[in-house]
Design a protein around this ligand. Structure first.
Ligand code: NAI
Length: 274
């Protein structure tokens, strides 16, 4: 680890994989890594914009970059893509498990008291109104997806003798968030937070594992109708976070600057959960 603190943040020659990288937090994280000199593999699911974004990163920052289409809820796609990245890039230094389930079929449905569900948000309905299909969809991306990515990245890390896993959880792992009903979402995030801590222990000889727990950020997932403004005001800073305000935290966790950190769960929520 370099003694100069700015050098500790450099990622030149490192290989970072980010999933859910076509937009939102994932794209901002991929940008942060490329800006710090890392070669980046962008995993995307449905949004082909990732291909263009990847080319942009590569020419802007003079790094190697490639986009891979993979549904993280399919274990065979995750394992084969993981190996393809190793073939293409030679190794994986950091894996950012960030993809999260998005509700893309419902239009806004707002009651006077509560936001019930919103296009582009995580499923926000009381459990009594959720279909089993909706339940399973959330589990398959937010839980299965994280487990598959962690497991197959872990095999690579063990083989290499080094690695670094960063999991995007949520402040919803800490609190039952209001004013939205997201019982399953909240529980999936609690799962991945504790899962990550367990892996930090299990992989202590060869890899670090840390967790990021964002509050409300201005992505598709965090973008809501006006009634959510009330919720944003409940944070101490009184507003939503902008994705550019989360880049530094992921960079810190990916870099040597955080070399003594593992098993940590870092809230970045404008002081919402206090
Ligand atoms: P986003 O919608 O921009 O990103 C979610 C990404 O996950 C998308 O790129 C989507 O394509 C990908 N994805 C969904 N299903 C997938 C699948 N089956 N396979 C592969 N990729 C899939 O939203 P955002 O906000 O950037 O979300 C990123 C992470 O941050 C999620 O895990 C979310 O739960 C978490 N988060 C977001 C907060 C916010 O306010 N924006 C708050 C707390 C946590």
């Amino acid at each position: 680890t370099p003694t100069n603190v700015l050098e500790q943040f450099r990622l030149d020659g490192r290989v970072v994989v980010v999933n859910g990288a076509a937009d939102g937090i994932g794209l901002a994280v991929a940008q942060a890594m490329a800006e710090a000199g890392a070669n980046v593999a962008l995993w995307y699911n449905s949004n082909d914009a990732a291909i263009e974004k990847s080319q942009e990163l590569s020419s802007l920052h003079n790094v190697k970059s490639a986009a891979y289409k993979v549904d993280v809820s399919e274990s065979t796609q995750v394992s084969s893509t993981m190996e393809r990245v190793v073939e293409d890039f030679g190794k994986i230094d950091v894996f950012v498990a960030n993809a999260g389930e998005l509700h893309d079929t419902y239009e806004h449905g707002v009651t006077p008291q509560k936001l019930t569900f919103t296009k582009g948000m995580a499923i926000s309905k009381p459990i009594l109104e959720q279909t089993l299909n909706e339940y399973q969809k959330q589990m398959s991306v937010n839980v299965d997806g994280i487990v598959y990515c962690a497991k197959y990245a872990g095999h690579v890390f063990q083989r290499q003798g080094f690695g670094n896993l960063i999991i995007t959880s949520s402040m919803s792992a800490h609190i039952v968030n209001v004013p939205v009903d997201q019982p399953v979402y909240n529980a999936t995030k609690a799962f991945v937070t504790h899962f990550g801590k367990s892996l930090a222990r299990e992989w202590r000889d060869f890899a670090r594992v840390n967790i990021v727990s964002p509050g409300f950020f201005d992505t598709k997932m965090g973008a809501g109708p006006d009634c959510l403004n009330e919720a944003y005001r409940m944070s101490s800073l009184g507003r939503q976070g902008h994705v550019k305000e989360i880049k530094g935290l992921y960079l810190y966790l990916a870099s040597d600057a955080s070399s003594y950190m593992t098993g940590s769960d870092v809230l970045i929520d404008g002081g919402y959960v206090l």
